[in-house]
Design a protein around this ligand. Structure first.
Ligand code: SF4
Length: 107
């Protein structure tokens, strides 16, 4: 009998659901929010996205994630408002802050 071709009516139990991560609690993913708001380049939309971010319970997690994910990218390779910061502001934060650069480097 070839075990790789054997079929069985028995199935392994489903893996338990992973613990929810911070994205589960993000204000921008809640019903009623418009995801396009965070990727607009129009100033009124940017300010509206920032307002959501200011009340977001996972703002710090989001900003840390963006900084690590984007690394030393230029502002042209960063997208959307994250943790109240625009792409240009995140690029400037990376350039100006040795603490941020060290955190990003630590992965
Ligand atoms: S802080 Fe991040 S997760 Fe929260 S609303 Fe803003 S972009 Fe979304």
């Amino acid at each position: 009998m070839n075990l790789t071709q054997a079929s069985s009516p028995y199935r392994a139990p489903a893996a338990p659901d992973p613990a929810p991560n911070w994205r589960t609690f993000a204000a921008c993913t809640q019903p009623g929010s418009d995801p396009e708001l965070w990727y607009s380049t129009a100033e009124p939309a940017i300010e509206e996205a920032r307002a959501y971010c200011r009340s977001c319970p996972v703002l710090a997690d989001c900003l840390r994630d963006a900084m690590v994910l984007e690394g030393k990218s230029s502002k042209d390779n960063r997208y959307g408002v994250r943790g109240t910061y625009t792409p240009g502001e995140r690029a400037a934060l990376y350039r100006k802050s040795a603490t941020v650069r060290a955190y990003v480097a630590s992965g």
